[in-house]
Write a protein that binds this ligand. Sequence first.
Ligand SMILES: *Cc1c(COP(=O)(O)O)cnc(C)c1O
Length: 387
Amino acid sequence: MNREKLRTPCYVVQEQKLRENLEILREIREETGCRILLAQKAFSMYRVYPMIGEYLDGATASGLYEARLGYEEMGKENHIFSPAYREEEMPEILRMCGHIVFNSPAQFKKYRDQVRKAGRSAGLRINPECSTQEGHAIYDPCAPYSRLGTTLKRFCEEMSEEDISGLDGLHFHTLCEQNADDLAVTLDEVEEKFGPYLKRMKWLNFGGGHHITRADYDRELLKKCIRHMKETYDLEIYLEPGEAIALNAGVLLTEVLEIVDNGMKIAILDTSAACHMPDVLEMPYRPPLRDAGNPETDAQNGEGYIRPYIYRLAGPTCLAGDVIGDYSFEKPIQIGDRLEFQDMAIYTMVKTNTFNGMKLPDIVLEKEDGTCEMVRTFGYEDFKSRL
Ligand SMILES: *Cc1c(COP(=O)(O)O)cnc(C)c1O
């Protein structure tokens, strides 16, 4: 099957693009000796876990179910972090995960004996209180009153010498779609605050948010940062990017169902921002669309002119705000046309929902030879079974 035969809406993940990203990540691993894990929360298409496992060291999870998925489908290193664990989950987590990261001293102390008895590695997430991102406060774990990570003050007050000796590693995660300069700033702060403790650890996890596979990412600086921490403190370094693994590695195909003109032309698609790309509304952002421009910025961004046909692209749900954005085209679009939203592998299929009884997009893998493998199709039962 090739792309033209696919029914819409569907996510098409491109094996070749994924492999290109993985090759970049493998090079970082090989040149620095760090370990890189897939953060499953961004991309959990387990059909390609065996391939990801060829390049990376394993996976990390935000909770029991992701941990189980990584354990069953990748079967390599398996890490977990959660702000709070349930007692009844801990035996299963300890069976499947080699590294368990706690968010607070109290959680660490509650489970440390179990972790030690199981022969697993215990870590504590720290909060270096170093915000390097503007704009997206909901993605800033260093924002005021953040629940994520232990601040130096809490660390000093609540961790005794003996507690610290029971820790194998520290973990921080403070970045989101950022370059290596922000990592360097963060590491300065981590060293300044937690330097004395780092010497007593076996590993340090730099979290995710490293946009390593983006064209302008400063990989040399990343390597320098990794080597510096590794050599200064004799640590195993972990990175756990999500986005960087499947960045630009998939598209969402959709069809134009109807066009209405209420002061401007509005194309109603068979895909929904609210159901199929919720980050468009949550973050918010405007996804790139193939062969279309942005009427707001085209004249300034080097394209030099605005394509003449402008449409608002919107979903078929009842939510008035189910709008993906305004796009400009070279020629009028027609009912039945297919459109291709780009960079739709990450934070999409892990976040879909069936609000309004919307059908979930099929999941397709486009192989390196251009043929398409249907990985998963969805129907009415998937809607009904959740309710
Ligand atoms: C979200 C998250 C990641 C992955 O972040 P990306 O921005 O997708 O790279 C890694 N680790 C933790 C703890 C996270 O919360």
